[in-house]
Design a protein around this ligand. Structure first.
Ligand code: AMP
Ligand code: ZN
Length: 114
């Protein structure tokens, strides 16, 4: 998808530094960081919202959580606790329509979210 920001980042067109990458996902820092650790875990595959995920994507979603917990350990936020968030649609706060999972940590999170 040439008009998708995250597809362009994944294709290396934005010179975004990847904190982690493998054959299924890339991870980079959120440009508008909301916590000491705020990474975006983004599948290489273009899926607009989590509503578009198919049963065949179950392994991919499981992998995303494996990457999240691995990075939580690596960055030292695992022990205190952290948050993994995926916003869906306009009212859910989604602004980029290529699915991604926010990994947030390094401070206490509030609940309910705004
Ligand atoms: P969401 O609002 O849940 O769709 O999350 C999209 C996130 O992408 C926001 O937190 C933005 O700050 C972030 N973002 C937008 N453009 C970039 C970029 N070029 N590099 C890194 N993060 C970005
Ligand atoms: Zn995309």
């Amino acid at each position: 998808m040439s008009d998708c920001l995250f597809c362009n980042i994944i294709a290396g067109k934005m010179e975004t530094e990847f904190i982690y990458e493998d054959d299924k996902v890339v991870v980079f820092a959120d440009i508008n960081s909301q916590a000491p650790v705020h990474y975006l875990i983004v599948p290489r595959k273009h899926v607009p919202t989590i509503m578009d995920l198919k049963k065949s994507d179950n392994e991919l979603v499981g992998h995303i959580y494996q990457v999240a917990t691995h990075l939580a350990e690596e960055t030292g936020i695992a022990e205190d606790g952290f948050r993994v968030v995926s916003n869906c649609g306009k009212a859910g706060g989604q602004s980029v329509f290529h699915i991604h999972f926010h990994l947030l940590g390094g401070r206490s999170m509030q609940w309910p979210p705004g």
